[in-house]
Design a protein around this ligand. Structure first.
Ligand code: B1M
Length: 209
């Protein structure tokens, strides 16, 4: 079995103690960081499908998420990009009521590698907190809001509208997450939308240049 297949299985079964070594072995065997990352993302889709089918429950989703995060820790240093190109600070967080952070963390990693300094507010971030953080930090050029649940799409809307009403100037807003569409992003007044972490980094650069 390939090393990448091992990584996938360890994420799906939530083996967080073994995953770091398996990711390292996959890298040593010539696997590319982006390829290993994609394999782990695919595993989380399998986990989601099993949850939808009623084959697993929230605790299993949680341990799979923990394993994925440990695997990403091994990849993260390898994804560092051109940090000399300072594009300002990006405030990022998952919106109020939403505890999903893996996608947000990947987006953060990719935006950082595009040349931003990141301020990560974590999960369950109230709309006003994005504004506070943008005011507290130097040179905030971008606010990135993630939402993973259809039930937290209104919180995404509230976050964008609160930011837009706050009078912050020179600061763009990008949104994304599985239930978010480009149409929804435009409807709620976001400046940008991205479907995945790679395109979030491309869009982030485009928005501030
Ligand atoms: Co949750 N969960 N979960 N969950 N969970 C989903 C999202 C779900 C699709 C599972 C399913 O039913 N198949 C479903 C949502 C259904 C819906 O609303 N449409 C769901 C549900 C229902 C729930 C609960 C309500 C379950 C319950 O309690 N009954 C509950 C809600 C808790 C809450 O948030 N209030 C819940 C809880 C959890 C855990 C805490 C157990 C855990 C999260 C742990 C963690 O994140 N630390 C969890 C997990 C792991 C999942 C799945 C299995 C995996 C999510 C993930 O990490 N994916 C997920 C199923 C799935 O995704 N297929 C599911 C991998 C990640 C890389 O992808 O997050 O999509 P993703 O991020 C992508 C893109 O979306 C995009 O780029 C990322 C990377 O390419 N993106 C952006 C994300 N943010 C972006 C921001 C951008 C741009 C792009 O710009 C700013």
């Amino acid at each position: 079995m390939s090393k990448i297949q091992d990584v996938k299985e360890l994420v799906e079964t939530g083996k967080s103690k073994m995953i770091g070594l398996a990711v390292q072995e996959a890298l040593d065997a010539g696997g590319q960081p982006a390829e290993i990352l994609q394999a782990m993302v695919d595993s989380m889709s399998v986990v989601g499908d099993k949850f939808s089918a009623g084959d697993i429950f929230v605790p299993e989703m949680l341990i799979a998420a923990k394993a994925m995060s440990k695997g990403v820790d091994v990849i993260r240093p390898l994804m560092a990009g051109d940090t000399s190109a300072s594009l300002g600070t990006c405030v990022i967080g998952t919106v109020a009521g939403d505890l999903h952070d893996i996608g947000k963390n990947l987006v953060s990693m990719m935006i950082e590698s595009a040349g931003f300094t990141m301020v990560d507010l974590g999960v369950d971030v109230p709309a006003a907190r994005f504004v506070e953080a943008a005011k507290e930090n130097e040179k905030v050029t971008l606010i990135a809001c993630s939402g993973l649940l259809t039930t937290t799409m209104p919180a995404l809307k509230e976050a964008v509208q609160t930011i837009k009403a706050s009078g912050l100037t020179g600061c763009k807003v990008i949104v994304g997450g599985a239930p978010v569409t480009p149409e929804f992003a435009a409807e709620i007044g976001a400046d940008g939308y991205a479907a995945d972490a790679g395109s979030a980094a491309v869009k982030a650069k485009e928005l501030v240049r």
